[in-house]
Design a protein around this ligand. Structure first.
Ligand SMILES: Nc1nc2c(ncn2[C@@H]2O[C@H](COP(=O)(O)OP(=O)(O)OP(=O)(O)O)[C@@H](O)[C@H]2O)c(=O)[nH]1
Ligand SMILES: [Zn+2]
Length: 187
């Protein structure tokens, strides 16, 4: 997969600065295109990664009950406006056939999926699908709560408005008691 093209971002940022009526050659802005390019290569690094790779670490542990990692903080960039949205992800699954993954891998999957131009819905479903495909668990449930800066600092201007999305697979799609167990632990 292609790496981030730093010179191209530098050129683009310089053009944006010119277009808003700034002088890209003034002292405070002279290094800004390079800084932004470096920042973009960091915050969009998830485009070069596949979250499924994390689920190759599997421990053969006979636990077929809920595993929940909650309050995983993440930062992402809304693909419509390229401004941040951020919040917490909660990832639950019920392992099957000894396929238990490292807890940090659940947070790592959230991290790489978030580090792309994104929609909150797509982060939620991509994380759920990656786990469901790789670990073949009884069920997966992902809940994400986030604040979108495109709704707070501009546009509709509604600071504090929270968006909550869920993705459920397997048992969680069929069993409302299983969903309720996760939701009660998120309170
Ligand atoms: N479904 C979804 N919508 C999002 C997400 N992030 C931002 N949006 C919305 O994307 C929409 C883009 O709408 P447009 O009408 O094309 O853009 P706009 O004129 O800038 O819209 P306003 O934000 O209403 O000013 C807005 O309603 C945003 O709130 C997200 O993660 N999921
Ligand atoms: Zn937006």
């Amino acid at each position: 997969m292609s790496k981030v093209n730093i010179p191209k971002i530098e050129e683009a940022v310089k053009l944006i600065l010119e277009a808003i009526g700034e002088d890209p050659d003034r002292e405070g802005l002279i290094d800004t295109p390079t800084r932004v390019a470096k920042m973009y290569s960091e915050i969009f690094s998830g485009l070069q990664e596949d979250p499924k790779e994390y689920f190759q670490t599997i421990f053969g542990e006979d636990h077929e009950e809920l595993v929940l990692v909650k309050d995983i903080p993440f930062y992402s960039m809304c693909e419509h406006h390229l401004v941040p949205f951020f919040g917490n992800a909660h990832v639950a699954y019920i392992p099957r056939n000894g396929k238990v993954t490292g807890l940090s891998k659940l947070a790592r999957a959230v991290e790489v999926v978030a580090k792309r131009p994104q929609l909150q819905e797509r982060i939620t479903s991509t994380v759920a699908d990656s786990i469901y495909e790789m670990l073949e668990p009884h069920g997966v449930m992902v809940v994400i709560e986030a604040e979108h800066m495109c709704m707070t600092m501009r546009g509709v201007n509604k600071p504090g408005a929270k968006t909550i999305t869920t993705a459920v697979r397997g048992r969680y799609a069929e069993d409302s008691d299983a969903r309720a167990e996760v939701l009660s632990l998120l309170k």
